[in-house]
Design a protein around this ligand. Structure first.
Ligand SMILES: Cc1ncc(COP(=O)(O)O)c(C=O)c1O
Length: 404
């Protein structure tokens, strides 16, 4: 048997793989950034922000796009636009970045945590339905890592119970469900453009909606009350009395960076999806691993990360996630346990007192997140064919050494 690199054997990647640096940089964008700098039009519905709102709405097929400071305030403002506050409950999945739950806490409402599906790792629609109470006002399905939540079922249940749907699309740029872009199926689609995302401008976010009145409210809420798309000093009609607004604006620099990336989104999404599907074939053929399932009706899948889980009883005694991650990484493929290997409500930075959230169901998430879930960042899905095959070889090598 070939000796693992972690035990002193030869690494599969004897020289580092050609993982592209992330985020990508384009010379045309660098020129544009210089132009914006010299123009002094840096923010406040500047030309690039207006253009990005238009182009991202066109790309996704949404009626409206409202850029904001990040993908946490997009969630918070979507909930605020629906009037959600103290006494209300918002249903969120047990596995996600803590922003999904904390956005609810910022509103003074209660996040109600429900379990995920064991294959897609996204919200389990049955658990969502079970957790509904008369106080439930909204649900935030998260299209997690590289999959999509079951939007057919979630929309059906939400409509039946008159519950608003905010899709958390922080991981789903480019994803489509039955040909409809992620973020255009629910009432609001929330995107993050933070540094690690597949569209990244350092920081940034956007809300999509098809509802003109909602777009107007979201625009005002994030632009300190100014009417959607109004210039500084031209406030248009004032906000309705009592609509307390924030400043969650972005700058034109961020919008210009994203406009450059939007040009490449389709081709990059198709490449990542193709490569992920190749790895799925290689890895799912092994008894000890299973790659995160695609969204059941996902017609195009934007992979934020490449996620998979271990099937523990296929490994030798004493071989756990830490050992597997270390062995795979030692061969030259960088992977890790998501968010410190914990479900959302136990992540390091989640410091919400237990009496301020409610766990309705969590058995799958507990087991998966705590013991079995592993992932690699999206640039690994942009390797060439030869290096991608070497990643497949790594999984086979580790399985041979550690499998029963
Ligand atoms: C699932 C999910 N939702 C929301 C966010 C929040 O986005 P941001 O970091 O832009 O505030 C993130 C961010 O990383 C995320 O992973």
């Amino acid at each position: 048997m070939t000796k693992l690199a972690i035990d002193g054997g030869e690494k599969i990647f004897s020289t580092p793989a050609h993982v592209p640096a992330w985020p990508p940089v384009y010379p045309e964008t660098a020129e544009k950034l210089k132009e914006i700098y010299l123009s002094r039009a840096w923010s406040f519905y500047g030309p690039q922000e207006v253009l990005f709102n238009k182009k991202f709405a066109e790309y996704t097929g949404a009626g409206f796009c409202a850029m904001m400071a990040n993908g946490t305030v997009t969630l918070e403002l979507a909930l605020k636009a629906f009037g959600i506050g103290p006494g209300d409950e918002v249903i969120v999945p047990a596995e996600t970045w803590l922003a999904t739950g904390e956005a609810v806490v910022y509103r003074g409402a209660t996040p109600v945590i429900v379990d995920i599906e064991p294959d897609t790792y996204c919200m389990d629609p049955d658990k969502f339905e079970e957790a509904i109470t008369p106080r439930t006002k909204a649900v935030i399905p998260v299209h997690l890592f590289g999959s999509m939540a079951n939007m057919d079922r979630i929309m059906e249940i939400a409509r039946k119970h008159n519950i608003k749907v905010v899709e958390d699309c922080a991981h789903a740029h480019g994803s489509e469900w039955r040909g409809k872009h992620a973020g255009t199926i629910g009432d609001v689609g929330s995107f993050s453009f933070q540094q690690s995302k597949t569209m990244a401008s350092g920081e940034g976010g956007a809300c999509l909606t098809n509802d003109p009145e909602l777009a107007e409210v979201l625009g005002r809420l994030s632009h300190i009350g100014y009417q959607y798309a109004a210039k500084q000093g031209q406030k248009g009609t004032p906000p309705p009395m009592g609509l307390i607004c924030h400043n969650y604006r972005v700058t034109d620099f961020q919008a210009a960076i994203l406009l450059g990336q939007l040009e490449h989104l389709k081709e990059d999404t198709i490449l990542r999806e193709k490569n992920a599907e190749y790895l799925r074939k290689r890895i799912d053929a092994l008894p000890g691993f299973k790659v995160q399932a695609r969204g059941k009706e996902a017609t195009l899948q934007g992979f934020y990360t490449f996620a998979f889980h271990m099937i523990p009883d296929q490994f030798k005694e004493g071989i756990d996630r830490v050992k597997v991650v270390d062995a795979i990484t030692a061969e030259g493929f960088g992977c890790y346990a998501a968010w410190g290997g914990q479900p959302m409500y136990r992540q390091n930075l989640w410091s919400v007192p237990e009496n301020q959230y409610r766990i309705a169901s969590n058995a799958v998430a507990e087991d998966l997140c705590t013991n079995r879930l592993i992932m690699a960042s999206n640039p690994w899905l942009m390797l060439d064919e030869k290096e991608l095959a070497m990643v497949g070889d790594i999984f086979e090598k580790v399985m041979t050494a550690y499998g029963k």
